[in-house]
Design a protein around this ligand. Structure first.
Ligand code: ADP
Length: 503
């Protein structure tokens, strides 16, 4: 039985959600997917009823109360072994989406979403997870699906599984856990889990080092696991990408699937983007060239439409292969057979990588620009003006930059991993090509891919334009992802049984 004959209740938990508060890509997902679920469910034939989706995030002090006024809806206590912790819950609506904000001392200690103190972060998010389950009970709003994301909200999945057998309120609730980035396990959540009476799992298929960490416990007890791309769903079961959980994940492969994240095509649209000097679409691609000229001018690079311009827009993190890009460009510049080219790096993060990029600019001042900053406006101008986006990621659960780049007519040169393989078609495999993929995580493999791209750019401009147009026409909308999630919800509803064991 559904909780209400005309509604299926989905509680969507995340640590951050755009536009309320954003640190990384998870905020984009939590800001877009619940809306897309609501929209798509009203026209979907997959489900027997419409979804009632509600988003819940912590009331981080950094959330602007003046921009997002909310109303207090509940006051209660969450029990821990040391004390009772006071909670105040608030609600607001974002474009028709009900949103709950959870306040309480563990959340108010830090202003931002994440802190460098992993233990206090662990306590904050386990408290949040418990407070959320408490809230829906208080509101007497029974979730059919608890949809958690990453380690921060995994304790809610585990707590649900522990409570479900004895708590009639949650007996019919299923759980789905989306993995955005597996290596972040919530490694310092052990004492917080104990504090909130969520003991380590016993006699489980988890490796012993993982039985007291939030994400592994969530993976163990979730009714379904979704990785953010089909490619990543397969990779997390391999030794290379499984973070030590690959054997466990392989044993649970029947509940793992992959769903590509979408791109907010309202926010990222070259036909309307106000940061571009000229808007363009695949139907008037020639208008794009003004953006390249503008970018070359802004960056103090030679203004020449025929000079290939490569770019990287990224967090400076070893995951992203910035070092591979620097090494590869260095050897490309040294090679006598290569046409002149330009490269722009936009990113901040790891000081060693920032330094490597700055050094490349010093060595090649006429060709390279190192913009060591976070600048969304410049990122848009780069996607619209550069010819190629480098994404030599060591792993990439989904990746947004390559989708934005393709949408803006900038062809990706990327490592064939995770979501990059799923979103980019390579010319050697298909005549539907939209970019260039390489396999090994080495600067040599990246250089080969760059050479393949340069050959088409220089000698086959028509082929290049055809690739740009194909990339711009790809459907990366959230509607497609939402439909896939709705199929997963449907499977969970079909499988729902009254009594469940947790292991
Ligand atoms: P991740 O979430 O792992 O950092 P994604 O490719 O999924 O990588 O998303 C990165 C997003 O952050 C993209 O929208 C990209 O444009 C943006 N971004 C990364 N670095 C910068 C920067 N320095 N300035 C502006 N935008 C950036």
């Amino acid at each position: 039985m559904m909780t209400n004959s005309s509604r299926i209740n989905v509680l969507f938990l995340a640590s951050e959600a755009d536009p309320l508060i954003k640190v990384g890509g998870l905020a984009d997902v939590a800001g877009s997917l619940p809306h897309a679920l609501m929209k798509v469910s009203s026209s979907s034939t997959q489900l027997p009823a419409e979804l009632d989706v509600r988003l819940v995030i912590p009331f981080h002090p950094a959330i602007r109360r003046d921009l997002y006024p909310s109303q207090q809806i509940a006051e209660y206590k969450v029990h821990s072994v040391d004390n009772e912790i006071f909670v105040k819950a608030y609600s607001l609506e974002l474009d028709g989406l009900p949103v709950y904000l959870i306040g309480g001392a563990p959340i108010e200690q830090e202003s931002g979403v994440y802190s460098s103190n992993l233990e206090s972060d662990g306590y904050k998010y386990v408290f949040f997870s418990q407070a959320v389950l408490n809230l829906v009970k208080r509101l007497d709003w029974k979730p059919d699906i608890v949809h958690a994301n990453d380690w921060h909200t995994s304790a809610a999945v585990y707590s649900l599984a522990l409570n479900r057998p004895t708590n009639p309120f949650f007996r019919q609730t299923s759980s789905l856990l989306t993995i955005h980035n597996l290596p972040y396990l919530g490694a310092m959540t052990s004492s917080a889990l104990e504090s909130f009476e969520l003991p380590p799992a016993e006699n489980t298929s988890l490796p012993s080092w993982a039985v007291h960490m939030a994400l592994p416990l969530g993976l163990l007890t979730a009714d379904a696991i979704v990785a953010v791309s089909p490619g990543y769903a397969k990779e997390i079961m391999t030794d290379e990408f499984g973070t030590g959980l690959q054997t466990f994940l392989r044993a649970h492969s029947n509940k793992i699937s992959g769903i590509l994240n979408g791109l907010d095509t309202g926010k990222w649209d070259p036909t309307t983007d106000i940061e571009l000097v000229t808007n363009f679409s695949y139907a008037n691609l020639q208008a794009r060239s003004a953006n390249k000229a503008f970018l070359q001018n802004e960056m103090g690079l030679e203004s020449n439409p025929n000079t290939p311009m490569l770019a990287m827009v990224t967090r400076m993190d070893p995951q992203k292969g910035v070092d591979l890009a620097v090494d590869s460009l260095r050897s490309t510049f040294q090679s006598t057979n290569t046409p002149p080219l330009q490269a722009i790096f936009l990113g901040t993060g790891n000081p060693v990588l920032e330094q490597a990029v700055r050094r490349l600019e010093l060595d090649y001042p006429y060709q390279v620009r190192a913009e060591i900053t976070y600048n969304e406006k410049l990122s848009r101008q780069i996607y619209a003006g550069a010819d190629m986006l480098l994404m030599p990621s060591r792993y990439e659960p989904c990746g947004l930059s390559q989708m934005i780049a393709m949408h803006y007519g900038c062809l990706p040169i990327a490592r064939a991993t995770g979501g990059l393989s799923d979103t980019i078609q390579d010319p050697t495999n298909t005549d539907q090509s939209t970019g260039f993929l390489f396999k090994r995580p080495t600067s040599e493999a990246l250089s080969d891919a760059i050479q393949r791209a340069l050959a088409i750019f220089v000698f086959n401009p028509q082929g290049w334009h055809a690739m740009q147009i194909r990339g711009m026409q790809q459907d990366f909308s959230w509607d497609r992802s939402a439909l896939e999630y709705i199929k997963q919800y449907k499977l969970l509803l079909d499988k729902r049984i009254a009594h469940r064991s947790i292991i």
